[in-house]
Design a protein around this ligand. Sequence first.
Ligand code: ADP
Length: 347
Amino acid sequence: MNLTHGESVTFKNVEKYYNKTVAVKDFNLDIKSSEFLTLLGPSGSGKTTVLNMIAGFIQQSSGSILIGKNSIENLPTEKRNVGMVFQSYSLFPHMNIFENVAFPLKMRNEDKKIIKEKVSYALNLVNLDGVESRKPNELSGGQRQRIAFARAIVFKPKVLLMDEPLGALDLKLREKMQIEIKNYHKEINCTIIYVTHDQGEALTLSDRIVIMNKGKIVQIDNPKNIYDNPLSKFAANFIGESNILNIDSLKLDKSNINYENKKFISIRPEKLKLVEKNFSQANDQIILNLKIYQIIFLGDFIKYICNDENNNTIILKKAKIDNENNFNISDNINVYFDISECSLLKE
Ligand code: ADP
């Protein structure tokens, strides 16, 4: 049984207020059909509010939301063809697994035989055929989350909303489930809108990431561009680690690059290279003189936390196999980076 293609979801100038609290503001977004899009941001940035407006649990204060070509303002939740998976699983404890997964189909008055077929397909997709007669409390956390997923997609939704679905699982299981969710998406091919505050999860899963802060979109791009080209301090610090330096504090040849309106540069810790004996500095390279004040062993990497001459904290990350990594706390080291490898930030 092949599940359906996804629908696009469009936000036009959407805002949501709770009395005077702004939950979502100036929200314009085109989510493509069958895209895996992640809303990423700190707690309170408006992610769940966006999902709830798509689901129809809350109504926007202004602006419009479309699924495909149709405005959904006046459609009740059950007519929107949207599936949902929550962190808390929300399985019905008194029903067995078959009844749980069959529930959305029963609500839609599907024929018994079709219900059986569709439940069997959904359980097979999440690799849990055989548990039909068990109750949710007889399953592990990961298994319960798979069942919640099966229940959300069993009626072939065009759009699937997932709100921190892996938040209750431990790290190893979370990473395993991320790969599974990616595989499910390939198979069912619906549009997935995923909410997380975990940047690693967002990078692993998404076609595109929307970084949110205080109800607004900060940046939208694919994982590689978001990581390589953050546009603001917020984005640079929220995804991965960044060293942020004031442009005015650097000795830069400003003739070649347009630095207009740009106040800071951001350079990733792994882009800093050690100055070797015969190093001769090129025009587009910046040297930093650092003093190490902390060394953190990360298994495959070693992280050196340093101060530069202006007392900025600078993080340097080196693969463990480098021989040069045998530094100690209080050592002075010189590192350099290429201007082409850093991002210019306005704010
Ligand atoms: P996130 O999912 O990113 O943690 P939310 O969408 O839950 O953020 O919340 C966004 C903002 O809206 C927060 O400031 C939150 O306090 C506020 N908010 C959310 N729901 C309500 C509500 N029912 N009443 C009042 N304020 C709310």
